[in-house]
Design a protein. Structure first.
Length: 337
């Protein structure tokens, strides 16, 4: 491989000083047209490429955000990455995406090391569940923002109010007179799923209502279908009758719930009210349109970048919780007894 041309080579070929080459490379004013043309010509002839990393180190900023994540399986991770990348670009920052081969502290720590070597200003960790093997060690030299509950390590956090998500759903269904609310939760290792389960249970207990057997899914429509069939079988076996209200952990699982209920000859919402979470684009097109909880992904992207840039600028760690809202459509109705 041929040696890479240096700024000194360009200066020598153009017959100007290193300072002049630097000004031209950085697009700075104060260089007469003749000298600028000679420098640009020399750059082309020598195939000179400015060393942006070295220049950034001198300035103390790389204008690059690193993002660490494990899987794009969930809607939340996909939308988070999309919004962060868009908001970063709007601020004039590039985004370096670092997928993990495993959801472990060891894998994450390796990613942090690589990002430090790749020269980023701040790292954003999309953190939907605990990392398993190995402790999470974010380098002190790397400002970090975690998308999820606070994790310490000197990092900031940005998250949706998962408690309010479950509260909005359960209170809505209780207000409609349903004797209880069955819940199909997301994966047990999910931070969001855990928080919603605790709130679901506590609200039912506060109203003096029966707490049904909890079922888990994996965010997929198929898992919602399987869980709903289990709930129907459980209620039949105990003689409790068909459930009248279902809270699915996300809209995809709610779609599986629709299928299981239809196969059982039960109608939504005449026989069973169903609520999801995420308010995916397709939720309004479900038959019937799905009542769900909306998360403002644009606000998440904006707040995450605002926090990330503040951390990169030396700000103290902070924790931000964003509100959620219920979108009532046609999949819920008053209890008919």
């Amino acid at each position: 491989m041929p040696n890479r041309s240096s700024m000194r080579d360009v200066a020598r070929a153009a017959g100007v000083s290193l300072q002049t080459v630097s000004r031209v490379a950085n697009g700075e004013p104060g260089v007469v047209d003749d000298k600028r043309d000679r420098v640009l010509s020399a750059m082309r002839e020598l195939e000179y490429r400015p060393n942006s990393a070295a220049r950034a180190m001198r300035r103390g900023a790389f204008r690059t955000v690193g993002v660490v994540y494990h899987s794009l399986h969930s809607v939340g991770t996909h939308r988070s990455l999309e919004q962060i990348s868009e908001r970063a670009a709007a601020q004039g920052y590039g985004t370096t995406i670092m997928p993990l081969v495993a959801a472990s502290g060891l894998a994450a720590n390796g990613a942090f090391t690589r990002l430090v070597e790749m020269a980023v200003d701040v790292v954003i960790v999309v953190f939907p569940s605990p990392f398993g093997a190995g402790s999470l060690e974010i380098p002190t030299s790397l400002p970090a923002v975690v998308l999820g509950p606070p994790q310490g390590h000197g990092s900031s956090s940005v998250d949706f109010d998962q408690d309010s998500a479950a509260r909005l759903v359960v209170e809505h269904l209780v207000d409609l007179g349903h004797p209880t609310v069955h819940h199909i939760a997301g994966p047990q290792e999910s931070f969001a799923a855990r928080a919603r389960v605790e709130t679901w249970r506590s609200i039912l207990e506060a109203h003096g209502l029966r707490v049904p057997t909890l079922r888990y899914g994996d965010w997929s429509a198929e898992s919602g279908y399987v869980a709903m069939r289990q709930i129907l079988a459980d209620e039949k076996a105990t003689g409790s009758g068909a459930p009248t209200a279902i809270y699915a952990g996300n809209d995809q699982m709610a779609l599986g719930v629709y299928r299981a209920l239809a196969e059982a000859g039960l109608r939504v919402p005449e026989d069973v009210s169903v609520v999801g979470c995420d308010d995916v684009d397709e939720a309004a097109a479900y038959a019937p349109p799905l009542t769900t909880v909306a998360q403002d992904w644009a606000a998440l992207g904006e707040q995450t970048m605002r926090t990330a840039l503040a951390m990169a600028g030396g700000a103290a760690p902070s924790d931000t919780v964003l509100p959620m809202r219920i979108v009532i459509r046609d999949s819920t109705a008053p209890y008919r007894g």
